[in-house]
Design a protein around this ligand. Structure first.
Ligand code: ZN
Ligand code: ZN
Length: 330
């Protein structure tokens, strides 16, 4: 099959993904073989490819927002031709303390799609049959792909931040995940305040009904109940904290951050403000969010790339040149 393979991490400007022929994956018990119909591009892919996360091992195929059609169901009980989604969590041990306490997102021995397992920048991929999600028919391939990490983890961020209907919510950074959860926040009648760099991201936020849109250094004009940061920048976390009312929560939706600057406790965290990270996702987050996405007819803005253009997709993502989400169609 054709795949985009990472031999060793490097700056995306050097085209570290090699588009090449590799052997088809071999089905094994507990797995299903999927023909990839679309695979979303996530900022985590960029962190993996550039080596900001520990190296995944040689010859890894990235991609963890996979819409696939089952071509070999193995022993799963699923059927050939069924369309399913695969996300970042590729599997958990089911036996650790976290798994036993409904926190499988924090599992001690997890597998991650497109990182510790091969992912969806390829024509075919294997996935654990208990970690695939049936996709509502109303969501077509291109529009379902970005929901599978950007959407699900964005939705988890809303939960971690404790967002209630009608609240004032700040989104700091406006990439794929933020633009998807904007639709959820609208459905919940929240007022959304967006701080982001780049005039085209700002225009998109305005067109999606933000109450206020400013640059990355601008302070929202109202105190926020909740804030979610998406940019891989510690400065942005401090800006988000500075915008909170007492008792408010900042949820950091980023798997990697540069350094968080020293900050003033008395003004920024005192008053029972909370700073939390958002790590991975659970299968119930995925099922809840996909159901909600179908109910609210979530229709993300997508930019399509071919598998041959996998490096270009990552270069564009790094430069903030993609409004909405990038999707690779192999
Ligand atoms: Zn576990
Ligand atoms: Zn992701």
């Amino acid at each position: 099959m054709k795949a985009a393979v990472l031999n060793s991490p490097a700056d995306v400007s050097t085209n570290p993904l090699h588009i090449t022929q590799v052997p088809d994956p071999i089905t094994s018990p507990g797995n299903v073989l999927l023909h990839v119909r679309a695979c979303g591009v996530c900022r985590t892919d960029l962190h993996i490819v550039e080596g900001e996360l520990a190296a995944p091992g040689r010859d890894r195929i990235p991609g963890h927002q996979i819409v696939g059609e089952i071509v070999n169901p193995g022993d799963s009980g699923l059927t050939n031709g069924e369309r399913v989604g695969v996300s970042w969590m590729g599997g958990v041990d089911g036996t650790c303390w976290y798994c036993k306490h409904s926190m499988e997102n924090l599992c001690d021995s997890p597998s991650f799609t497109g990182y510790t397992l091969n992912g969806g920048y390829a024509e075919y991929v294997l996935a654990r049959s208990d970690f695939v999600f049936p996709l509502p028919a109303i969501l077509d391939d291109l529009h379902a792909a970005p929901l599978l990490c950007a959407g699900i983890i964005g939705y988890r961020s809303l939960r971690v931040a404790g967002v209630q209907p009608g609240e004032r919510v700040g989104l700091f950074g406006f990439g794929a995940s933020a633009h998807l959860i904007m639709a959820v926040l609208s459905a919940w009648n929240c007022e959304v305040y967006v701080s982001t760099r780049g005039s085209s991201h700002q225009r998109l936020a305005n067109s999606l009904g933000a109450a206020w849109v400013g640059g990355e250094k601008d302070q929202p004009p109202m105190q926020l109940d909740r804030a979610i940061t998406f940019a891989p920048s510690g400065d942005v976390v401090i800006s988000a904290l500075a915008s909170l009312r007492k008792g408010g929560v900042v949820a950091i939706n980023a798997i990697h951050l540069d350094h968080i600057p020293q900050f003033d406790y008395d003004h920024l965290l005192w008053g029972e403000r909370q700073l939390r990270s958002v790590a991975n996702m659970t299968r119930s987050d995925a099922r809840e969010f996909l159901k909600l996405a179908a109910e609210i007819h979530l229709n993300p803005k997508v930019t399509v790339f071919s598998l041959d253009q996998a490096n270009d997709a990552l270069i564009a993502l790094k430069a903030d040149k993609i409004d909405g989400a990038a999707v690779i169609v192999p």
